[in-house]
Design a protein around this ligand. Structure first.
Ligand SMILES: [Cu+2]
Length: 354
């Protein structure tokens, strides 16, 4: 009897291990290629010219006096000819394209610098070697002080890409890039230019990486445990120039969600009962402490229900919502000063038709 039951347990354990192994190995890792150019563009923080929450003309606010500025953005193309732009969802705003991969995949990012300065692509959360780090370690010494190159930290080949040049980055979506068992089926990371990291990001060079776990991946690398995913980046762009008074500077601080102010972000739309994953990113400096807040619904963060998510510069958080409550709802930063400055938007849950 003892032998039989021991054998039964052994067979059971073996079957459980084999089942677990077959689940993990059912996904065949692949290389996912992207074509991304850094380009100079004109960006409008409020294209409608209105506060779309109230319908009022935006120029009445100090932050609405000027809404168009020269920016540099990551633009995605369909192939290596860099001629056909890949269509992006309207809600993505100023963010660079979503670079998606599944746990085990390699991201192959063909980067072309069409800007006027050296730029790069530096990823968070994925695995890379020095050549694929995409980061310079400091600015050029221009003040005449003696500097000793032998003390400088070594940089890789992808640290800076000169204007007109290109570089192909290879990043691995490792097990540690993917969501853990406690997280949802996908999670957000960040990429940005890192030649002069501070000014490159303020110029507009940043975007999201989304990694899906192997056991939740559909063929296009999107997760099967939600119906929709959105990315929102909370970041105060400083468009002021040297010599401006403190009062003048204020009007050029664009308190933006995905590069839009006063509810000008369009397309955050979903259907009733959709399972929705919100990927949140924070960027900026000391003033950039943001509290993303949804009206009408709650989200689940690490197993806890809340309707406010805290973001500091370079925060990356993925939270889940079941969109049950139809309507057009406010979605905004809850920091008092930021509400006044227009760090607002809306999202819509369309009522289910029976
Ligand atoms: Cu804020």
């Amino acid at each position: 009897m003892l032998r039989t039951s021991t054998l039964t347990i052994l067979i059971g354990v073996t079957l459980a291990i084999l089942t677990a192994c077959s689940q993990v190995s059912s996904y065949t890792p692949q290389t996912r290629s992207y074509y991304v150019a850094a380009e100079q563009v004109e960006w409008d923080y409020a294209p409608s010219g209105k506060d779309l929450m109230t319908g009022e003309a935006i120029y009445k606010q100090v932050w609405g006096e000027q809404t168009r500025y020269d920016k540099v953005r990551y633009i995605e193309y369909t192939d290596e000819t860099f001629t056909t732009k890949k269509e992006q969802p309207q809600w993505l705003g100023i963010n660079g394209p979503i670079l998606r991969a599944v746990e085990g995949d390699t991201l192959e990012v063909h980067f072309l610098n069409r800007g006027e300065k050296p730029y790069s692509m530096h990823p968070h959360g994925v695995l890379y070697d020095l050549d694929n780090e995409g980061a310079s370690h400091g600015q050029q010494q221009t003040d005449g002080h003696q500097h000793d190159p032998s003390l400088a930290l070594k940089t890789g080949k992808g640290a800076q890409v000169a204007p007109g040049e290109s570089f192909t980055y290879h990043w691995k979506a490792s097990e540690k890039s993917a969501p853990s068992a406690q997280e949802g089926g996908s999670k957000v990371w960040l990429y940005h230019s890192h030649v002069d990291a501070v000014s490159d990001i303020y110029e507009g060079l940043f975007g999201p990486i989304i990694i899906t776990s192997a056991d939740h991946a559909k063929a296009d690398a999107t997760p099967d445990d939600v119906d929709k995913e959105f990315v929102t980046t909370y970041f105060i762009f400083n468009e002021s120039e040297d010599g401006m008074s403190e009062e003048e500077v204020e009007g050029h601080l664009k308190h933006a969600i995905n590069g839009t102010i006063f509810s000008n972000l369009q397309g955050l739309e979903m259907n009733q009962d959709d399972r929705v994953r919100w990927h949140l990113i924070g960027l900026g400096t000391e003033v950039d402490l943001h509290t993303a807040h949804w009206h009408g619904e709650v989200v689940k963060e690490s197993g806890v229900y809340t309707d406010v998510i805290e973001l500091l510069p370079a925060s990356m958080k993925s939270v889940d919502m079941i969109a049950e409550n139809p309507g057009t709802w406010m979605y905004h930063c809850h920091v008092a000063d930021h509400i006044t400055a227009g760090m607002m938007s809306t999202y819509t849950i369309h009522q289910k038709t029976l």
